[in-house]
Design a protein around this ligand. Structure first.
Ligand SMILES: [Zn+2]
Length: 169
């Protein structure tokens, strides 16, 4: 349900709940589920599952309701993902990413870049230093950023496509 193969989704959730958390939520099916069941499905410790669920709850990605067994008095927590919030959060994340990528693209398109052994600088800076880096004492050489631009363009395209899917769903 979380499209965890999507690189944006992956990055976002990895930051929030870590690798182990990813493993746990990847095993959560659609619909309601108990923490014990998630632990069983993902082969994880119940305490780890609860920690992940709580983090998701704090971020309004997961929610729960409780069910009380009249005979035993036992309370069951039934968890589910808040699809609307996940969608909203992912839309915001995608929009932010596209803005950042476009800003980077603009810089790469208008700049001419040079590189020494320790850093990448604009032509203007390399020229001002007579094409010799004062930090690593190597020459600034021209680098073609065509491939990098292409990569950035492809990323923008992938995210734009995904945003369209999010809007429709
Ligand atoms: Zn250098």
């Amino acid at each position: 349900m979380l499209e965890s193969d999507n690189f944006l989704v992956k990055e976002y959730f990895k930051k929030m709940i870590g690798e182990e958390g990813m493993k746990i939520i990847e095993n959560v099916p659609a619909g309601e589920i108990t923490d014990e069941e998630i632990a069983r499905l993902s082969d994880s410790k119940l305490s780890s599952v609860r920690k992940v669920l709580y983090t998701l709850y704090e971020n309004r990605i997961a929610e729960y309701r409780t069910e009380r067994d009249d005979n035993s008095g036992w309370i069951t927590y039934l968890w589910r993902f808040n699809h609307d919030n996940v969608k909203k959060i992912m839309e915001e994340e995608a929009a932010g990413n596209i803005n950042e990528l476009n800003r980077q693209l603009e810089e790469e398109r208008k700049g001419v870049f040079y590189q020494c052994n320790c850093q990448r600088v604009l032509f203007e800076e390399a020229a001002a230093k007579d094409f010799l880096c004062d930090e690593c004492s190597s020459n600034f050489e021209y680098i073609d950023n065509g491939n990098l631009i292409k990569e950035l363009e492809e990323k923008v395209e992938v995210i734009a496509k995904w945003m369209k899917v999010l809007k429709k769903g």
